[in-house]
Ligand binder design. Sequence first.
Ligand code: GLN
Length: 388
Amino acid sequence: MALTLSKRAEGIVQAEIRVMTIECEKAGGINLAQGVCDTGVPFSVVQGAKEAIDHGINSYTRYDGLAELRNAIAVKMLEFNNIAVDPETEITVSAGSTGAFYCACLALLDPGDEVILFEPYYGYHLNTLIAANVVPRYVRMSFPEMKFTVEDLERIVTSKTKGIMVCTPANPSGKVFTEEELRLIAGFAVKHDLFVFTDEIYEYFVYDDKKHMSPGSFLEIADRTVTISGYSKTFSITGWRIGYSVCRKQWADMIGYVNDLIYVCAPAPLQMGVASGIMNLSPDYYKNLCREFKGKRDKLCSALFSAGLTPLVPQGAYYVLADAGSLPGNTGKEKAMYLLEKTGVASVPGSAFYHDDSGENIIRFCFAKTDDVLDEACKRIKNLKLNW
Ligand code: GLN
């Protein structure tokens, strides 16, 4: 008898983001690869979690999350996302937005169904679909404008297409989808009877004159949209794994059952910490977050410009795609490894975000770092030319 991995496993690989983190640790480098986010956690978030532990909120929660957190999310969804949601039946708190998306895929998609992804995509979206035996279809956004047309969508839709995935602000491109683009996607989803999955985990990281908009707020697609987000990035708690999905009860019930099956519940005291943050932080917190991260973005982009790694200045989120064409190496991986070796700064090869070889001359940097770490990384990047 020869035991083998599952057929499903053939499509699953270790995420390049993780691979580069491991390489970075080996090299003792600065990790601008994984979107770890090591800036400070707001006091009320920490306090809320600590108090919850002290007060005995340490057992299982309801499968879809504690009422305190679901109620807080409902308030935030209405005020910030312009989506009215019933906290009793339409929210599933999950193990991060990644967990929320996986549950939605298992609840709503069958093996062989197709889901459209905008490319460059976030690898976890792709691999989650693959793990659910869903077939990805790609819409290429032009580089560097990150534009697409409805014809691009029409070209790839088939009778098996059951969903379209939007990530706004986007990882890795930093694109903030405009209202016009989102309305076009909405019309397309109605026309072809598709679910709209929307990952908005970077919703508070929007720069310059851009505005975040949630497709779920459009009435014509409210019934078919699963809005996914979480607090990993906003509260700098990527390791807490608190995310959620919001959709009609008709879908949310099954998403909740799947969530129960896989995770049972998200960590109870950490749910309370996030609820406390949502209810206690003032609008200034979110404004400052934007201001602070805009400063980090500008710092990193200017270092990349001076090193000849021309950045695609992001409109949102906290990653920068840079042109790595001038670095030695035949592949994105070789270029990222060269950079790590020469500067001790880790990035992610662009191949992690494209299904073909289009990412080989691109690398992604994350700027969710404390200023001292980012300053040091920028200094090293600027000095790169000196090392050639
Ligand atoms: N979202 C983060 C990134 O893009 C990483 C998430 C993860 O490590 N799974 O880097």
